[in-house]
Design a protein around this ligand. Structure first.
Ligand code: SR1
Length: 325
């Protein structure tokens, strides 16, 4: 890869090796995140090697070790289980390798943390749920503990219930695996069978929301239920905007932007610059009505309509080229 004229070393020469070690690789969010990271890497002359996660903590740990042995200049760790990663992340730092974490708290002051402002994201989605349904409703909640973004969103869910005693959580379910949406669909059917009075589902991960919609469509209750989620992709937009869809709002960043920010943070560290410790990409609220009224059909349409969604100023520098779309 070519270097960037006027950039600090080693970016003036190009060919800088960086690893992106993921925990979850499947699904629209993670694919778009990786694509955004890869685009920004290309523009920076970075040779980005992506290690695919299979929700396997031992394998991810092993991949961090492999990246260290490859002699990369930085490792981006995308999700994962902190206890399986803390010591190998420290091993990388000890070897002079910079480390950036996205959505996994490694509790290390030398490791910047990229996140999406999950509290704000959950507040936006739940604020819309209350605007649409009032402060008294029977809710279903999709959650899996142990993932930093889901745990942060859960804090807001707990606060929201506390502040609104009329919100009754009738059932809670969730799964994160190779086929998250299908697993959540099966669980949703069981939850609705036991609690047919659920009218609102908070499903703050798009794979969860997709699973809930699959189930409510299949059991014929989509006209009685409203789904509020996190994340967005072009496929999600199609599902949300579809005639009769129960999926009425989502709060989301553009995951490609988050991927680009993660790579820029790593690049700044390599160049000896400080990207900040907490690097936050702000979400926007997207409603079914917005999508329909504005004829938004793709993530590219959202980029064009909502500049705050399509780019982020986080971890920028004059020598870092803006990512090409
Ligand atoms: C299992 S964690 C899934 C979440 O990670 C990212 O933060 C995405 O927003 C997704 O909702």
């Amino acid at each position: 890869a070519e270097g960037i004229a006027g950039a600090p070393a080693p970016f003036d020469k190009g060919g800088v090796k960086v690893a992106l070690v993921t925990f979850i690789s499947a699904g629209d969010f993670f694919q778009a995140y990786q694509a955004g990271a890869q685009k920004q890497a290309k523009d920076l002359g970075i040779d980005l090697q992506i290690f695919s996660g299979r929700q396997d903590a031992a394998a991810q740990r092993e991949q961090v070790e492999q990246a260290i042995n490859l002699g990369v200049k930085a490792i981006i760790i995308d999700h994962g289980q902190p206890e399986a990663l803390k010591d190998v992340a420290q091993k990388a730092l000890d070897a002079g390798i910079k480390v950036v974490a996205f959505d996994v708290d490694l509790g290390n002051p030398a490791i910047p943390q990229v996140e999406q402002s999950d509290h704000e994201l959950a507040k936006a989605a739940l604020g819309q749920a209350i605007a649409d349904n009032g402060t008294s409703f029977n809710a279903g909640y999709v959650y899996v503990a142990g993932f930093a973004p889901l745990d942060r969103r859960n804090e807001v869910w707990e606060e929201t219930k506390k502040a609104n005693p009329g919100i009754a959580e009738k059932a809670r379910w969730g799964a994160v695996n190779d086929t998250t949406a299908a697993s959540v669909a099966d669980q949703t059917k069981a939850a609705f069978q036991a609690n047919p009075d659920i009218t609102v589902v908070f499903a703050p991960y798009d794979e969860f929301a997709r699973g809930v919609k699959l189930a409510t469509d299949e059991i014929g209750v989509s006209d009685k239920v409203k789904i509020y989620s996190a994340d967005v992709s072009t496929a999600d937009i199609t599902e949300i905007a579809a005639e009769g869809s129960p999926w009425v709002a989502t709060a989301a960043t553009n995951p490609a932007v988050v991927g680009a920010v993660s790579v820029r943070a790593a690049a700044k560290l390599i160049a000896g610059e400080d990207p900040g410790h907490n690097i936050v990409v702000k979400p926007v609220l997207i409603t079914q009505k917005d999508l329909r009224d504005n004829g938004i059909k793709t993530v590219e349409d959202l980029n064009a309509k909502l500049p705050a969604f399509g780019k982020s100023d986080a971890a920028t520098a004059p020598w870092i080229p803006a990512p090409t779309q």
